[in-house]
Design a protein around this ligand. Structure first.
Ligand code: ZN
Length: 469
C-alpha cells in the first residue's frame, strides 16, 4: 500500500504532466544518469522527475505547484559543483536550467549582457567576444558550468584580482521565489540605492532562496593585449614580494596571479597528459602572472620590465613569457588542470579555503606535517589564487582506507586555527555543512535561517544545503 509521501509524489507527477509538455517533464527511464551522477561518477538516487523549463513563466508555474504540494526541488546548472549541492536527494525533483540558454542582448555601449541563466559560461564569453568584449569571470569548468551556477555559488576563478567575484559582475537579476513569485530585477545600471539589494540574496546562496532565471552582467572591452608569464621562485616570501611588485608596476592591468607550490607544478606537468613544463620542475614555487592592457606595446614592455627587475633583485629565479596565444594557453593549462591532476592521484580530498597571504606558507607546512601523522604517504598539494587570499589544497593519501572525514576535519581544523574561511569558492552544499560553524558565527547562521524561512516557508528549495532549518 502506498504511504502518504508516495501519494503526494505520484500526484505531483500527474499534475506536472498535465500542466507541461512531454519534453519538459522527464520521469522514469527517460531520466539520464547525468542528472544524478556526481563529479566522481558515482550515481545517487534518481530524482522523482526532471523539469526542463524554457522560460521564467514555466519556472514560476512549476515552483508554485511544488510549493503547494510541499515537494522539494533541486536546481541544476552544469553539475560541476564540488560540494554535492545539486545532487538530488530522495524525493526531490530536479529543475534543470539546460533549455534556458538564450543570450538576449549584448549592449556594448552600456557594457552589459542580458542572458538566461542556463547558458554555459564559455558560450557567453564567446558571444560577447564577437563584439570585442569580455565577460571576465573565468574558471577551469568554463565549458560546462553555467551562469546560473556561477551566480548561485558566487564563482570566483582566475581574474578575481582585477574584476572581483561573480557578485561584483551582477548588475541585476530575475529570480523566482519558492511560491512562484517572480522578482523582476534585470536592470542595466550599477547605481541603485533604493532599499534592500535583493539580487544579493540569490548570489552565493546555492539556490536555497530562489531560482535565478535571467541576469544582467557587466562586460568589458576585450584587452588589446594579454601577456602571460610563468615564473619560478625560491620562497613564499618571494611570491609575496612579486605580488607587491606586480600590483605596483602593472596596477589595473594585473588580471591574474596564481601560485603553485612545487608539488602541484611537478605532478601536473608529469602526470597529466598533454601538459608541458615550460620551466624545470625543481623550483620551490611557481607563479602564473597575467597582464591585460589596451596598448599592446606598453603591456608587453611593462611585463618584461617587471620580470627583469624581479630577476635582478633575486625575487624570481627563472621566467618565461608566452610568445603566442598557444603558448599562453599552454601555461594556463597547467593551472587549469587541477581536476585532471586529482584524477591521476590516489584517494584524495579537495579543499578551497581562504586565509591571509602572510599565513599561507605556514598553513601549507602545517597541513603536510599533520597529514603525515595520519598516514606516512599522505601529503597536501597546494596552489591557488594568492592575490585573492584563496588556496586550493588536494590532500592525497594511500589506499585502501577511506580517510575523507579524518582528512577533512584536519584541514578545516587548521584553517580555523589560522583564522581562514572553509570555502573561498566552492560553497557549502551538503559536504561542508558540518563545518560551516568554523567560519560563521551562530548568530550569522541563525540569521540565514530566518531569511530561508521567510522566503521559502515550506523549505522546498535545495533543502538541507548550506544548513538545516
Ligand atoms: Zn579556484
Amino acid at each position: 500500500m502506498a504511504d502518504g509521501a508516495d501519494l503526494v509524489q505520484s500526484a505531483i507527477i500527474g499534475d506536472l504532466r498535465a500542466a507541461f509538455d512531454a519534453s519538459t517533464v522527464l520521469t522514469g527511464a527517460d531520466i539520464d544518469a547525468r542528472y544524478h551522477t556526481d563529479m566522481a561518477g558515482i550515481p545517487v538516487a534518481p530524482p522523482l522527475a526532471v523539469m526542463r523549463p524554457r522560460s521564467t513563466e514555466e519556472v514560476s508555474k512549476f515552483l508554485k505547484m511544488c510549493h503547494a504540494a510541499r515537494v522539494p526541488v533541486t536546481t541544476q546548472g552544469g553539475m560541476t559543483g564540488l560540494v554535492r549541492a545539486t545532487m538530488p536527494m530522495p524525493g526531490e525533483i530536479v529543475l534543470s536550467m539546460e533549455r534556458m540558454t538564450a543570450i538576449e542582448e549584448v549592449d556594448t555601449g552600456g557594457g552589459v549582457v542580458i542572458t538566461q541563466t542556463g547558458v554555459p559560461l564559455q558560450r557567453l564569453q564567446e558571444r560577447v567576444a564577437q563584439d570585442g568584449f569580455m565577460f571576465p569571470l573565468d574558471l577551469g569548468a568554463r565549458g560546462s558550468c553555467t551562469i546560473g551556477g556561477n551566480i548561485s555559488t558566487n564563482a570566483g576563478g582566475n581574474r578575481v584580482i582585477r574584476y572581483g567575484m561573480t557578485r561584483d559582475l551582477v548588475l541585476g537579476l530575475e529570480a523566482v521565489l519558492a511560491d512562484g513569485t517572480v522578482l523582476k530585477g534585470v536592470r542595466k545600471y550599477i547605481k541603485n540605492n533604493t532599499g534592500v539589494d535583493l539580487k544579493q540574496l540569490f548570489v552565493g546562496t546555492e539556490g536555497t532562496l530562489g531560482v535565478v532565471t535571467r541576469a544582467a552582467l557587466r562586460i568589458f572591452p576585450a584587452p588589446a593585449e594579454q601577456q602571460v608569464a610563468l615564473c619560478a621562485l625560491p620562497s613564499f616570501d618571494s611570491v609575496r614580494a612579486l605580488l607587491a611588485l606586480a600590483r605596483g608596476r602593472l596596477a589595473g592591468d594585473l588580471t591574474a596571479f596564481e601560485v603553485m607550490w612545487n608539488e602541484y607544478y611537478r605532478l601536473t606537468t608529469t602526470l597529466v597528459q598533454g601538459v608541458a613544463a615550460p620551466l624545470p620542475a625543481n623550483h620551490p614555487f611557481y607563479v602564473l602572472l597575467e597582464s591585460s592592457g589596451s596598448d599592446a606595446e606598453r603591456t608587453r614592455s611593462d611585463v618584461e620590465n617587471l620580470l627583469e627587475h624581479a630577476l635582478e633583485s633575486g625575487i624570481i629565479l627563472d621566467a618565461t613569457i608566452a610568445s603566442s596565444g598557444a603558448a599562453a594557453a599552454a601555461i594556463w593549462t597547467i593551472r587549469d588542470s587541477s581536476v585532471e591532476l586529482g584524477r591521476a592521484l590516489g584517494p584524495r580530498v579537495g579543499f578551497d579555503i581562504s586565509l591571509a597571504i602572510d599565513k599561507m606558507e605556514a598553513f601549507a607546512v602545517e597541513i603536510n606535517q599533520r597529514l603525515k601523522k595520519i598516514d606516512q604517504d599522505a601529503y597536501g598539494i597546494v596552489f591557488g589564487h594568492a592575490g585573492d587570499g584563496n588556496l586550493h589544497v588536494i590532500a592525497t593519501y594511500s589506499p585502501p582506507l577511506d580517510r575523507t572525514e579524518e582528512v577533512t576535519k584536519l584541514v578545516y581544523g587548521i584553517t580555523g586555527e589560522f583564522g581562514g574561511s572553509i570555502s573561498a569558492e566552492h560553497g557549502i552544499g551538503i559536504l561542508k555543512r558540518p563545518y560551516l560553524k568554523l567560519s560563521r558565527t551562530e548568530e550569522e547562521i541563525e540569521t540565514m535561517r530566518t531569511l530561508k524561512r521567510a522566503l521559502d516557508p515550506h523549505g522546498i528549495l535545495n533543502p538541507g544545503r548550506i544548513f538545516t532549518v
